[in-house]
Design a binder for this molecule. Structure first.
Ligand SMILES: Cc1ncc(C[n+]2csc(CCOP(=O)(O)OP(=O)(O)O)c2C)c(N)n1
Length: 956
């Protein structure tokens, strides 16, 4: 005890801290925490008060010297010497009453910050929650004898004075029972004060009336009852039961109830496997009969829908449901097994809904994410999504996170996953309040959920509710958990369900009778039995994929992707939009270099010629905006453009304000949101995908800094972008711009791994293109919104071509009568087709290398055909071209190594085309770099040698 005394409040640094705070208070009373303010106010004028004490009283020195004293005390040196207690300063001038009061304040602060460390959180009682030294009253100069002593608390919770015993009682009830909170990491005083007030004024408990308590019990009855029913009827079938973690259901209901009272009309949810079947039914309202029909092995979608489907515990669902008397649209996002990958997708969807509702205060659409404890602390996407959660262009006004902390991940105990007591520390990075709740106390869960929803509504930031629970069975119902957690399961085996725990509690307190409890359980069981009887004859209702915002959009049939779409724009309109795009306000202080770019663009508009890639893109955007179709475009450095080519926004050189001419085309235009993203691929791409999956009428684009970095978001590509439509009947018109070309910049600045996208191509799932002209780029961008279906577009986009003198188009290539070309045939005047010796098929930048060299060498018997769209594979257009050159040798030329690029995707397809046109050449010949492990070499000299070689071979 004497050692503790050395750091008690009235010594050293704490004294300085309080003196400084008092100084701050004297300068501006509002600059200190509300409790301190009340406290200082209370004492300021008193004869024994702090004004005197701090201005030459207890410590007897003005502020600057107090700091000097603090600096003179070297805690490290003191520790080395054996930590002899510092001499106690004289308290001659500070009254015992004032000291007690200050000590009590320190104690209150300690409980607010550390109270969770001794809270009763583990329903299994296995985690050893020790007492915490900072919560020991002796540390603050009190002894057991002081419990009845009255202490001035300066208006805290409306009291002037409370006994130490009363103070401790309030603090323990508020912070140390089944409800606890971590908030010491929140730096904003208002937010902390808000939380203190909410929690202390309620002593950490909600006031629920009998009806509300029965509702909570009903939720548990449905959750536990459904799992028990499934276990009985389908023993051994994988369902990732919620049992042990059933508190997730009151958490969801309470969050949405309170959120709906605060104005939320749409909720987008994301969650993993655990408890999902229950969330789908009991919370989302998917009929039990539909779920049981799937358990019987029937399809989840009607027969006429083209879907390869997914397992039950990945399925999404939407419904309209009443919460606390308010209608709320719920949407549970389909998700893959890949834990946490759905997080940014949900956030992007929420943002899209907010934009649709013009909900700029972000109070009408809310995201709720459920997490497993192991996944939440382990998966990097959690961090990335949190990191973007409060950025202007990504915020959704706060996500409510519910961690179903069952204290195990598959077979792995928490000690292998995180060192701290909680799996939630990652959320501290955004200063989210983190509630820790004992999952066996549903009322504590409800309380946390209410406060979380209120906090989110008030501060528009993320909040975390960590529900400590357990997993009744193994990872799935067929798994034996006792192999790896034998002691834990000894305890779990003895545990009554949360339903029994809470039901019995309500019976004991007289809220309902034991018979009523039994009847409630039986009634639900009867409901399930009825659904079970109907499950075999159940026919799934029509798929909901094309309702609401998607009305008018169709699922593409196998011919649909051949439709060109009306992508041309009248020349006059192009000139008019172009003129607006190049006009910069006179008051804008434009950088010389940027002015030159805009002057050049002005010339392009004037002459209608020489339109480069960036301006072709601007015209596509501008004309879509002019038609009332919004643009959302993000990625790293996209405003200026990685290659200094885009300059979509122009920075005022004096104010750093950014001017977007795209938003100044006309009064009736739609708005573009073009913004530089955080340095993330995984979360940002996931977010933009999510946005596009909720909004079919906005052109949503994401650009990688270099295409090479796209693999940081591989899960989003594999699990969502390329497969969501067939798995979950969810479309997206997202555009991915991936700078890709071999230009001697080394293995990480050359390849967007085109081959990987092509390998994923089937069932017309995505569009993969590598275009060569600004006009074709213009058309393919516009085509994204000008067809009646949506498909993700993966664009290999250019680097050196951005400034290539040949890679230009004319306005008339975008005007009346023009369209996107999936294949572009020979453009030069070469020998008659019968005399053509070789046909070079290629895609992207290598085309210009071949063209220039062919012109240099004045070769006229080699034709070059560009495949601008690689997938859906334009077999008939290629055939039309090849028909002209039936006697020629046909080569596929690429820059990538033979095991990369388009070659392995195309060779068999080209073979079929050659067969179909009865060409002499039966197979295409490969020209390109030899197979390689690294995408590209690291030496310019080697690059040039390789590049010359492949061009030589092609033209030989
Ligand atoms: C990204 C990813 N890696 C690995 C897995 C395999 N896996 C499925 S569940 C699971 C354990 C999850 O533990 P936790 O997050 O605590 O959730 P719980 O199953 O305990 O509810 C693992 C490792 C996965 N689904 N996703």
């Amino acid at each position: 005890m004497s050692n503790l005394k050395t750091t008690t409040f009235e010594y050293g640094a704490n004294a300085v801290y309080i003196a400084e705070m008092y100084e701050k208070f004297l300068q501006d009373a509002n600059s200190v925490d509300a409790n301190w303010k009340a406290y200082f106010n209370n004492f300021k004028d008193s004869a024994t008060g702090l004004t005197k004490d701090f201005n030459g009283g207890a410590w007897g020195k003005p502020r600057s010297k107090v700091i000097g004293v603090a600096e003179a005390v070297d805690p490290k040196a003191a520790a080395a010497k054996g930590a002899t207690p510092a001499p106690k300063p004289s308290n001659n001038n500070i009254s015992q009453e004032a000291l007690d009061s200050i000590h009590a304040q320190m104690l209150i602060r300690a409980y607010r910050v550390r109270g969770h460390m001794i809270a009763d959180l583990d329903p299994l009682g296995l985690s050893h929650r020790e007492s915490h030294p900072e919560l020991d009253v002796t540390r603050y100069g009190f002894t057991d004898a002081d419990y009845d002593k009255e202490i001035v608390v300066g208006g805290w919770l409306g009291y002037d004075k409370l006994t130490l015993g009363q103070i401790l009682n309030i603090l323990k009830q508020s912070y140390c029972q089944t409800f606890a909170i971590e908030m010491g990491h929140i730096q904003n005083t208002d937010k902390r004060d808000w939380l203190h007030e909410k929690i202390e004024s309620t002593l950490g408990k909600p006031t629920l009336n009998a009806y509300e308590k029965k509702q909570v019990l009903q939720q548990l009855i449905e959750t536990v009852g459904f799992e028990e029913f499934l276990q009985k009827k389908y023993p051994g079938t994988k369902r990732f039961s919620s049992e042990g973690g059933d508190g997730l259901m009151p958490a969801l209901f309470a969050t949405v109830n309170r959120a709906s009272q605060l104005g939320v009309k749409e909720v987008v949810l994301g969650m993993p496997h655990r408890g999902r079947l229950n969330v789908l039914t009991a919370f989302m309202g998917k009929p039990y009969v539909a779920m049981l029909s799937e358990f019987n092995g029937n399809l989840a979608t009607p027969d006429n829908i083209n879907s390869s489907g997914d397992v039950k515990y990945h399925q999404g669902f939407s419904s309209d449901k009443e919460f606390a008397g308010n209608m709320v649209h719920l949407s549970l996002t389909s998700n893959p097994s890949h834990l946490e990958a759905v997080n940014p997708v949900v956030a992007g969807k929420v943002r899209a809904k907010q934009d649709q509702m013009k909900d700029t205060s972000r109070s009408q659409a809310l995201g709720i994410l459920l997490h497993g404890d192991a996944a939440f602390c382990g998966q990097g996407i959690v961090t990335e999504t949190l990191a973007i959660s409060d950025l202007d262009d990504y915020t959704t006004g706060g996500t409510v996170h519910i961690v179903v902390n069952n204290q195990v991940g598959f077979t792995t105990s928490p000690k292998y996953g995180h060192k701290s007591p909680y799996p939630t520390d990652v959320a501290m990075m955004v200063q989210a309040p983190i509630f820790h709740i004992n999952g066996d106390d549903p009322e504590a869960i409800v309380h946390a959920a209410h406060i979380a929803a209120e906090y989110r509504a008030e501060y528009k930031q993320d909040v975390v509710i960590d529900v400590w629970c357990y997993r009744k069975h193994g990872h799935n119902e067929g798994d034996e958990p006792r192999w790896t957690q034998p002691l834990m399961y000894d305890v779990i085996d003895q545990k009554p369900t949360t339903r029994e725990v809470y039901g019995n509690r309500l019976v004991e307190e007289g809220t309902l009778t034991a018979e009523e409890f039994e009847l409630m359980k039986q009634a639900f069981y009867d409901r399930l039995e009825e659904a079970y009887q109907g499950a075999n004859s159940y026919k799934p209702a029509k798929a909901d994929m094309l309702e609401g915002k998607w009305t008018g959009i169709k699922q593409a049939d196998d011919q649909a992707t051949k439709i060109k779409g009306d992508t041309s724009v009248a020349l006059k309109k192009l000139q008019q939009v172009g003129a607006k795009l190049v006009a910069l306000p006179e008051t804008l202080n434009v950088h010389k270099g940027v002015q030159k770019v805009y002057d050049n663009r002005a010339k392009m508009v004037e002459t209608g010629e020489g339109i480069d890639w960036a301006f072709g893109e601007a015209l596509a955007f501008g004309t879509l905006l002019d038609e009332g179709r919004p643009i959302r475009f993000t990625g790293q450095d996209v405003i200026r453009g990685t290659f200094s080519h885009r300059h979509a926004g122009v920075w005022d050189q004096k104010t750093e304000e950014i001017y977007f001419s795209l938003n100044n085309i006309s009064k009736t235009q739609a708005k573009s949101e073009i913004s530089n993203s955080a340095l993330s691929e995984f979360a940002v791409l996931g977010y933009e995908y999510g946005y596009s999956s909720a909004e079919p009428n906005t052109l949503v684009l994401w650009e990688a800094q270099f295409g090479d970095f796209v693999n940081g978001s591989q899960i989003i590509i594999d699990q969502f972008i390329t497969s969501a439509e067939v798995k979950w009947l969810r479309m997206s018109g997202l555009v991915m711009l991936l700078p890709h070309a071999y230009e001697g910049q080394g293995p990480e600045h050359s390849s967007a791994r085109l081959e990987r996208f092509l390998q994923s191509c089937a069932e017309d799932n995505i569009i993969v293109a590598n275009c060569t002209t600004p006009a074709n780029y213009f058309h393919i961008l516009r085509r994204q919104l000008h067809r009646d279906f949506r498909k993700p577009l993966i664009m290999m986009s250019p680097k050196s071509l951005l400034r290539h003198k040949l890679a230009v188009s004319n306005l008339k290539d975008m005007a009346e009568g023009t369209t996107f070309h999936r294949v572009i045939g020979e453009v030069d005047k070469i020998a008659a087709s019968a005399k053509v010796r070789k046909v070079l098929l290629c895609s992207g930048k290598v085309y210009y290398d071949l063209l220039e060299e062919r012109r240099n060498r004045k070769i006229d018997d080699v034709a070059i055909i560009r495949v601008e769209q690689l997938y859906p594979f334009p077999a008939s257009s290629i055939a039309d071209e090849l028909k002209q050159y039936k006697n020629a040798e046909v080569l596929w030329v690429q820059e990538e190594p033979e095991n990369m690029g388009a070659w392995t995707f195309l060779d068999r397809k080209l073979e079929k085309v050659l067969l179909s046109v009865d060409a002499k050449s039966k197979r295409p010949t490969y020209i390109g770099r030899p197979e390689a492990a690294a995408t590209a070499c690291g030496y310019m000299k080697v690059y040039k040698y390789q590049q010359d070689k492949l061009i030589n071979e092609a033209l030989a």
